[in-house]
Write a protein that binds this ligand. Structure first.
Ligand SMILES: NC(=O)c1ccc[n+]([C@@H]2O[C@H](COP(=O)([O-])OP(=O)(O)OC[C@H]3O[C@@H](n4cnc5c(N)ncnc54)[C@H](OP(=O)(O)O)[C@@H]3O)[C@@H](O)[C@H]2O)c1
Length: 275
């Protein structure tokens, strides 16, 4: 992409994206107006990406019971960034989440215009509130879901699933990060604004993904399929299971590849390790 990019949030996605773009990565507290303004003045970036947020790191369960942290990082912080970027005339890109829905909208998938219908976790409630507030600003919001990558890591859906001995079998939209980067960058380069569902075409089911792993990598990998009710009885917060519409992306000629192509490729690259 042209010009310099400043990425707030030195977590999984912020770090990976900054490496790919050669961007500046900052740990500046996004909820501090003073610190954000100073960082923008110091770096004078061509654009800002917000990859900071309170995610609970290993699980959204870890965020339950800490509303001060959740609202500060997921709602106040994005608004501070959006305001400071607007003031300085810097384009702003925010990483949102599709985990604000449940279900598949009668088979159509939830569009960018549909109102959120899932508030089963503090995390989801804060992400929905931020998305709504940021819609009043001239910013680009990229909704991702259950991200996976060929590089193992504690926040990678594939790494998590491989460590579980029980999974549910429910259709979900997911985002393969290797497919996400070029599409997100094209939207940024085009100067797009508003909300965009950045998920691959098709749906993932956790048990089916693990069967792909079994087929291509480890025939002995074992797991049980359990019901959503059984899973939820073991968790603190509910989990969103949902399918997002990719019609807006497709209409822009920017769809992410279908999962039946992308997931087997990802599994093989993941198993092969770093090249
Ligand atoms: N990975 C997913 O499943 C997923 C799905 C949909 C959307 N997203 C969104 O994508 C973004 C990046 O996610 P990720 O997977 O990279 O999460 P991550 O690894 O937890 O990274 C988030 C980073 O933000 C930092 N942070 C928290 N509050 C901050 C603040 N006030 N100021 C500056 N930094 C702060 C965290 O630091 P500490 O660890 O020290 O708190 C962490 O380094 C988040 O907004 C997340 O909601 C992620």
């Amino acid at each position: 992409m042209d010009g310099s990019t400043l990425i707030f949030g030195a977590g999984w996605i912020g770090t990976a994206w900054s490496r790919r773009l050669g961007a500046t990565l900052t740990r500046t507290d996004i909820a501090s107006e003073e610190a954000v303004r100073a960082e923008l003045a110091r770096c004078a970036p061509a654009r800002v990406i917000n990859a900071a947020g309170a995610t609970g790191n290993t699980s959204v369960d870890a965020l339950e019971g800490d509303p001060a942290r959740a609202y500060r990082s997921n709602v106040v912080g994005p608004l501070v960034l959006a305001s400071a970027c607007a003031e300085a005339g810097i384009p702003f890109v925010h990483l949102g989440s599709g985990c604000i829905y449940e279900g598949d909208a009668g088979g159509q998938g939830w569009t960018e215009e549909d109102a959120p219908n899932f508030g089963g976790s503090l995390y989801a409630r804060t992400k929905a509130l931020a998305e709504q507030a940021l819609s009043d600003f001239d910013v680009l919001q990229l909704r991702i879901r259950l991200p996976l990558s060929a590089t193992p890591g504690p926040r990678n859906l594939l790494t998590k699933l491989l460590s579980f001995d029980r999974v549910v079998s429910v259709p979900n939209s997911v985002t393969v990060l290797e497919d996400f980067w070029p599409v997100a960058e094209a939207l940024i380069q085009r100067g797009e604004r508003g909300i965009w569902n950045l998920v691959n075409d098709g749906v993932e089911r956790h048990d089916e993904l693990l069967r792909v792993w079994r087929e291509h990598v480890d025939p002995d990998h074992s797991f049980d399929v359990i019901s959503v009710a059984d899973l939820e009885s073991r968790l603190v917060a509910r989990r969103s299971n949902c399918v997002l519409s990719t019609a807006k992306l497709a209409a822009a000629g920017l769809g992410l590849p279908p999962l039946d192509e992308s997931l087997p490729r990802l599994v093989l690259e993941y198993a092969a390790g770093p090249s």
